[in-house]
Design a protein around this ligand. Structure first.
Ligand code: HEC
Ligand code: HEC
Length: 174
């Protein structure tokens, strides 16, 4: 009986260094994957808005960008693009009980609000049936429609619309 305990205890003791080595090397390996930006806030030459900072560094928060709320329609990049929202939508509730957007954009309310009415696609269910009210799949407006801010894109965008691709772009239309 005594020998069995002794063997078990020895086996446990022998295992401890192996465990500690395993744990420490794990930490070292994980550390290697932490991407640190250099002093100019870039990683591999690309500016990164929020990178890892030493926990003790007092890094000032980036300024938040201003929402564009000039009420001007933005050109759509393709016919099927959900138009961008040109007005503020802060605190507009969209849930089971109320949809703030519909209080202006629904068919019944556009005379009072002078907002553009939802197009007919918003009343069609997935079988193509046109319903009397907004279809459930178009209820959560901000799934597709988004406002813009004055933030500059981090990565340049090389998108070209149909006209530019065909070489018909005229009159500064993009
Ligand atoms: C108080 C009324 C009102 C509410 C509420 C409202 N809108 Fe609008 N919306 C307008 C008006 C008016 C316009 C026309 C442009 C302008 O005056 O800003 C407009 C324009 C738009 C456009 C641009 C359409 C186009 O053809 O370019 C979109 C998209 C839009 N709204 C989506 C929304 C969404 C999504 C919500 C809810 C998060 C919402 N709106 C809530 C009044 C409203
Ligand atoms: C699944 C994506 C999707 C959702 C959800 C959605 N829309 Fe749209 N919306 C579009 C697309 C795509 C267009 C442009 C093509 C079209 O009219 O169908 C559009 C067009 C519009 C237009 C312009 C209509 C016109 O004739 O100029 C308005 C206004 C609008 N949506 C408001 C809303 C509001 C308000 C909601 C929420 C009740 C909403 N949309 C939900 C995708 C969506």
């Amino acid at each position: 009986m005594k020998t069995r305990f002794l063997i078990a205890a020895l086996a446990l003791l022998a295992g401890i260094p192996a465990l500690t080595i395993g744990v420490t090397s794990g930490v070292v390996a994980a550390d290697k994957h932490v991407v640190m930006a250099d002093a100019t806030g870039t990683v591999g030459g690309i500016k990164v808005p929020s990178t890892n900072h030493p926990i003790t560094a007092d890094v000032p928060a980036e300024a938040t960008h201003r929402e564009i709320t000039d009420d001007q329609k933005r050109v759509r990049n393709y016919a099927d693009q959900p138009p961008l929202i040109p007005h503020a939508i802060r605190d507009y509730q969209i849930d089971l009980n109320i949809n703030k957007c519909l209080t202006c954009h629904d068919r019944r309310n556009t005379a009072g609000s002078q907002a553009p009415m939802l197009s007919v696609t918003h009343f069609q269910d997935r079988d193509g049936q046109t319903l009397g009210t907004v279809a459930a799949r178009r209820y959560f407006c901000t799934q597709c429609h988004v406002p813009q801010t004055d933030a500059q894109p981090i990565v340049p965008n090389s998108f070209q619309d149909f006209d530019s691709v065909l070489g018909h772009a005229q009159g500064g239309q993009k």
